[in-house]
Design a protein around this ligand. Structure first.
Ligand code: BDP
Length: 639
């Protein structure tokens, strides 16, 4: 009974958010039109980067106000052309696309037509036929606007979509940055400025995720929230549906199994569904049938005159629980050990643009490696990726774009307010993914600074209020004795680079230093610990034995030194290890980076370095010890 009450409380908290951001899905009531492909594009190279607004480029076709080039969507624009000034461009760029909208979408004024952008980095303003329809701050989360009403005002007009995107980062953006003007005319030309940041990846920009139009009836399912639990073999799905466009509606909510058979249904907008003989959602390598998903179908019909048609939306649902003790992490009440990777959304040519071949290749590599988890370092990844995690049972630590918060001015109220809003948007988008087991609010902030205490206390409390069902953390860089935020996290996540940034070349210090790190953190906070980053750069193909830095041998030996300590501590309070990084990735140029960060165990083209085989051997061994491998995958791992 207590458990059931808790489920209700958890759901009410999540429902505090007032509008939904459901992933757009086709159904018998919803049509969808993808606008991916070639868009017209121009960077605003005027000295103040503001000519586009001053000359109102959104009012006519972009090609009429100046030259345009082809730009693929989704993709970062930086690596598409041969022009170095576009790769390193800072300021507004303009995208435009004309769309033919099906006539029935316009004539049927019982339909909403929604324009949705999966993500665009960093600040976006959107116009349709010259009328501003929305703007959005933040690079990794979706935004949308209803445009049907506007299109109906003049059905003879085509639907011309203009999106201006600005990649400038300042002290209050997430991630933060500063613009520095170089005024010494003996060294820099007039107007010369640079973008400074405190994070280690290229600030790719543009429209990174799909743009699409979709329809819903006027009375529609705006949001769904599910919170799950189980008692013995009965699954409990507490759900809440939020409806917009009508004040009175009839509803049918049906939970179906994988085969589409109805398990249980209800005609209430919120309630508890009981699932007999439940198939729980299990992580990859922890069960012979990982990633089991039910479907929650919601059928809604307005019972007043506001809308005549039914709206249908189907949400995948995984039934599982997550809990943390002072020494362990539990999924479905069984201890879970994270053996996984940190990733980036990053690849040749497309930068951070969503790319299906790349996504599927990465999942195949993770499964080959025996990885059961990853962290979305250092920003929220595409929803399409989280859906893959749900289906394959890959566990996710879902991170906000709070990376590189190092300047004391980025701990003020303006920054905190924005950070809270980003957590709202992140939780609203990802709350229903069974694969997401923990929120990470930031990476390696300067948590020793005095304002960090209040900042993280507020941020973590807020995130827990949004979602009391998942633990919350932020990632620390080992500033153990000075860290002001650590008391508020549920799990300590610590990054360290022994024998790399400290004591370079001395792998023999790793066991002692790592042991000290763990004992210090656990001794002080008595919370479970994840080694959330460790690793070493390798220029693929460089060899030296005895090992020296940047060779394949050195990365191998660094990993092995860490693993020895993990094996002692995982029996106590260490609950996971995530390699930095899954693959090499692009960074800003600097003297410590050779065409990007080379700490990948795979190259940027996704070919294994020698250390990938060490990790594969280990992860499959760990899976064998800690999970229940399906028979065909028994250790030693498959080729
Ligand atoms: C860590 C950061 C990560 C960097 C990594 C490195 O969290 O973003 O890429 O260091 O230096 O501290 O390789």
């Amino acid at each position: 009974m207590l458990r059931v009450l808790w489920l209700f409380a958890a759901l009410d908290a999540v429902l505090l958010l007032d509008t939904g951001m459901l992933f757009p899905r086709e159904s018998s009531s919803r049509e969808l039109k993808e606008l991916n492909g070639l868009w017209a594009f121009r960077a605003d190279r005027s000295p103040n980067r503001n000519q586009g607004f001053e000359s109102a480029w959104y009012k006519s076709r972009l090609a009429e106000t100046g030259p345009v080039i082809d730009m693929p969507v989704p993709a970062s624009y930086n690596d598409i052309t041969q022009d170095p000034t576009l790769r390193d461009f800072i300021g507004w760029v303009w995208y435009e696309r004309e769309v033919t909208v099906p006539t029935r979408w316009i004539t049927d004024d019982g339909l909403r037509v929604v324009l949705r952008v999966g993500s665009a980095h960093y600040y976006s303003v959107v116009w349709v036929n010259g009328v501003k329809v929305t703007e959005h701050e933040g690079g990794h989360l979706p935004f949308e606007a209803e445009i049907g009403t506007l299109l109906r005002k003049d059905p003879t007009m085509p639907c011309r979509i203009t999106i201006a995107v600005n990649n400038t980062l300042d002290l209050h953006t997430l991630p933060p940055g500063t613009i520095q003007y170089m005024t010494d005319r003996t060294r820099y030309p007039a107007g010369f400025f640079v973008q400074n940041t405190n994070f280690d990846f290229f600030n790719y920009a543009g429209i990174h995720r799909p743009v699409l139009l979709y329809t819903t009836p006027k009375a529609y399912v705006d949001d769904i929230t599910v919170v799950t639990d189980f008692l013995d073999d009965t699954g409990l799905v507490r759900y809440g549906v939020s409806v917009k466009g009508t004040t009175s509606a009839t509803m049918k909510v049906t939970l179906m199994d994988k085969g589409g058979h109805c398990i249980v249904s209800s005609n209430q907008a919120s309630g508890m569904l009981k699932v007999p003989n439940v198939n729980l959602w299990w992580p990859y390598l922890m069960h012979e049938n990982p990633g089991y998903l039910y479907s929650l179908e919601v059928r809604l019909k307005a019972s007043d005159a506001s809308s005549t048609s039914e709206d249908v939306y189907t949400l995948p649902v995984g039934i599982r629980t997550v809990n943390v003790s002072s020494t362990q992490f539990f999924i479905n009440n069984k201890p879970f050990y994270f053996h996984g990777v940190n990733k980036h959304e990053d690849a040749d040519i497309r930068g951070k643009g969503l790319d299906w071949p790349l996504i599927v290749k990465d999942f195949n590599l993770m499964k080959w490696l025996g990885a059961n988890s990853f962290r979305t370092s250092h920003y929220p990844y595409a929803e399409e990726i989280l859906q893959m995690c749900d289906r394959h049972g890959i566990v996710v630590i879902d991170e906000s774009p709070g990376v590189g918060i190092k300047d004391i001015r980025s701990f003020g109220n303006a920054s905190l307010t924005h950070h809270l809003a980003v957590m709202d948007e992140l939780v609203r988008r990802d709350k229903n993914h069974p694969s997401v087991v923990m929120w990470s609010v930031a990476n390696e902030p300067a948590a020793e600074m005095p304002p960090a205490e209040n900042y993280f206390k507020t941020l973590i409390k807020h995130t827990k209020a949004l979602d009391p069902t998942r633990p919350v953390t932020y990632i620390t860089d080992s500033n153990f004795s000075r860290d002001k935020g650590a008391p508020f996290v549920d799990v300590i996540c610590v990054n360290s680079y022994f024998s790399w940034y400290h004591d370079p070349g001395h792998v023999e210090v790793i066991p002692l230093q790592l042991n000290t790190q763990f004992e210090d953190w656990y001794g002080k906070y008595k919370k479970p610990i994840i080694q959330s980053e460790y690793g070493a750069d390798v220029v693929p193909g460089l060899h030296n034995d005895p090992p020296v830095m940047f060779t394949e041998e050195y990365q191998k030996v660094v990993l092995q030194q860490y693993h020895g300590v993990f094996d002692q501590k995982r029996k106590k309070y260490v609950i996971g290890e995530l390699i930095w990084n899954f693959a090499d990735f692009m960074t800003t140029q600097g003297i410590t980076r050779v065409v990007g960060n080379k700490k990948g165990i795979f190259t940027r083209q996704r070919q294994p370095k020698a250390a990938a085989f060490i990790l594969k051997e280990r992860y499959w061994r760990l899976a064998n010890e800690t999970g229940t491998l399906p028979l065909w995958t028994k250790y030693p791992c498959p080729l």
